[in-house]
Design a protein around this ligand. Sequence first.
Ligand SMILES: [Zn+2]
Length: 397
Amino acid sequence: MTSQHLPGLAGARLWAAARFPYLASGIFATQVTAAPGAESVAVDEQWRLRADPDLAGQWTAAEFGSVLVHHVCHLLRAHAERARALGIRPEDAPQWTRAADAEINDDLVPAGLDLPGGPVLPHHLGADPGGLAEQYFRPGYAAAAGGDGDCGSGADGQPRPGESPAGDDQPDGDGGLPGWQADLLRRQVAAEILRHGREAGTVPAGLARWAQQTLAPVVNWRTLLAAELRRAVADRAGAADYSYRRPSRRAAAVGDVVLPALRRPVPDVAVVCDTSGSMTSELLAMTLAEVEGLLRSLGVIRQLRVLACDAAAGPAQRVSSARQIELVGGGGTDMGAGIAAAAGLRPRPAITVVLTDGFTPWPAQPPKGMRVVIALLGDRSPDAPAWARAVRVPTAA
Ligand SMILES: [Zn+2]
């Protein structure tokens, strides 16, 4: 650590904390040191910021304060971790940093961020505002004017010489924040952003969105639905997965040992679609397409039968694609009628998936010998019956 004086740091921090009070915890948790000759301001993932005093000395308090805020946002938004998740290569790191810069700046420049030089904005990358770095990132996109230059490994996830490796929770002697403390700090700042938004109402929308997702991450309904369908299919197929009835073709290769043959009975699946008046047809079509895709990946699409159901169930339609399905209906709702109609199909489906907004009566008991997976569509759906497996599909999915 260098003890060299960093001109203007105190004034920069005060400006930043006054202009962006909901980021103050992040601003003051950042460990700032002077890095003479570095010609940059850069952060690492342990919340250490190294600034060239000659560079910082040319800035006003607003400019230096804005640089601090900008770098804090790289760390809050976990840009390094996200760069690794995206598999950013060293040669793409500058473009990733520009994408990450645009994600930060498009929200904060209108809120008073005053960066020295031209800040990177989404339109410099040919993109609309309000997006994420992953959407802005264009490998090989010709560099446009402006840019904050290298923001450090805390922005692009590429370790710099002399830094501790990425994800290493052992700070290398400078007292940086270990990963678990950085996570706590992120959550603390997120809570302060939401509180400030409620009380003063002046938080940039993108930052508020980040805070909400940090504190209450939306579980991906596709992942949940896939897991439920996989579980249902495995339950029906599982017990007979490996059978010793016939030796497998590999048996010859291992002498006397008889290997089990893979035997996978494919269960029949029916889908009941709520087509009553309260349903949003777009959300229904999207979810049905998702169910179709999941079942296809599980190898059961050829057995798919779809029933449109409002107060009564329509005839089953055998389909090989969600696009072929006619969803006619309207009026009242009774998904119990749809489930009963599915149970009456021959051959009887082993699994029935119900797509509904949930504003329906349900049978008190589960159908015998048939699993029911319910996708609750929309944001205000009542709960599904306890005997069924349910997944919520929000409107903005
Ligand atoms: Zn940056």
